[in-house]
Design a protein around this ligand. Sequence first.
Ligand SMILES: C[S@@+](CC[C@H](N)C(=O)[O-])C[C@H]1O[C@@H](n2cnc3c(N)ncnc32)[C@H](O)[C@@H]1O
Length: 246
Amino acid sequence: MSRTTPKPPDAGSALHSAPDLEWLEGDVPRASAFQDTYFSRAGGLEETRHVFLGGNGLPERWHGRETFAIAEFGFGTGLNFLTTLQALRRVGTAPKLTFLSFELLPLSKDQLERALGAFPDLEDETQELLQTWAPEPGWCRCAFKDAELLLAVGDARVMVDDLVSEKVAMPEIDAWFFDGFSPSKNPELWGEDLLKAAFKLTAADGTLATYTSAGWVRRNLQAAGFAIDKCKGFAGKREMVVGKKG
Ligand SMILES: C[S@@+](CC[C@H](N)C(=O)[O-])C[C@H]1O[C@@H](n2cnc3c(N)ncnc32)[C@H](O)[C@@H]1O
């Protein structure tokens, strides 16, 4: 049986429209245009803790830091951001967090609420996000009491130039969450040029983590300058990738 996969939207036509979503069992959202889910059906919260926090040595690396900067490709439901915020609040003396995230197709408030409703453990953080959620194309800064969310609404491949050229101010990135949809369905977020820009923005001892271990993504990360390693993936996944600049 053949199935036609809808073409992912391009940056110009997509802005301002919330993505078309399907809701799988357990209210897991899947983007129709990419034919992929926003987080693992085996448990989004645990996946974030394992892949993105654990893969970047967090929360341990927060100790003794006054500030810390995380960047992410693909804000999606905000699950990674909210899980990070919660982890930060559980640390006694947490640094002030700057969390930069890129998103081409921001979810509507209703979609966000439904997707995050699956995580009652994040109820407080979710409510905070919903109160400020009004993404507009371009750069949006949202203040949380212990963190700043800098949202780049648009195509990451274009918007990243504003950071590289220092048109938009952002501290050096201490940890990257590479969380595009599956590389075969969303190659735009795993390309060598974008990863090279990410490398330039990274602090000397900065790190990265991603759930995928696709060979061409690993090669692009290495070509960008990162030293990478494989480790045990989340749930049934044999491998994921971690890395560092230095
Ligand atoms: C797997 S989801 C991210 C999940 C998210 N980190 C979370 O916590 O829910 C991938 C995201 O990347 C976004 N995306 C895809 N291509 C993009 C592009 N070229 N620029 C910016 N965002 C993009 C998608 O719209 C989607 O929200």
